[in-house]
Design a protein around this ligand. Sequence first.
Ligand code: GLN
Length: 230
Amino acid sequence: GDDAADTKTYVIATDTTFAPFEFQNDAGEYVGVDMDLLAAIAEDQGFKYDLQYLGFDAAVQALESGQADGVIAGMSITPERQKKFDFSDPYFDSGVVMGIAESNNDIKSYEDLKGKKVAVKRGTEGFDFAESIKDQYGFETVVFDTSDAMCMDVKVGNSVACFEDYPVLGYGITQGNGLKMVTDKEQGSSYGFAVGKGENAELLKMFNTGLANLKENGKYQEILDTYIQE
Ligand code: GLN
């Protein structure tokens, strides 16, 4: 990298728990696709970073206010966000899907949400999707700051459904979070690494170059295979 990149330690903000992208293993260490990808890219490109586990909405706000240099948090590349942030090349395809309790046999479509509570996570694509259809289907939203709290609200039956990213809900279900999917996923955006608009161009360039190198040498696929089984 250049001189700035050789000496600088970038502050990268992320979510608290968003498995399989960032979560703590049994030893309390943060692991996941985003964590491993960032580590491998930094090694490939020779830059240093400090991770801050702020939660999704707080991470995005830290980036917006300049307290963080970048965000990696399963962050969807949306046209709205592209007005405020510069994104890397996409590194993972996603999309929002509805989750309901495993034991619930009453909810089969969005129509069945009428008069019910739906859990959402602040500042996410799932939040925006729920808001966009809630008047049409006549449900109320309950807002949480973490995916765990949102899913728990559905599991215990306070909310009848939540809207979460497909790969995250799918992973949670395989880990026994007590939820299931009964509808198709919505068309969604891909995940990208974000920096402030017009800021940290050298970091963004290193991310893209490192990502391309990892795709080329098989390391990218190796990281995905570590966490995501088909
Ligand atoms: N992909 C979603 C978004 O960008 C959710 C990200 C997250 O909760 N970490 O809004």
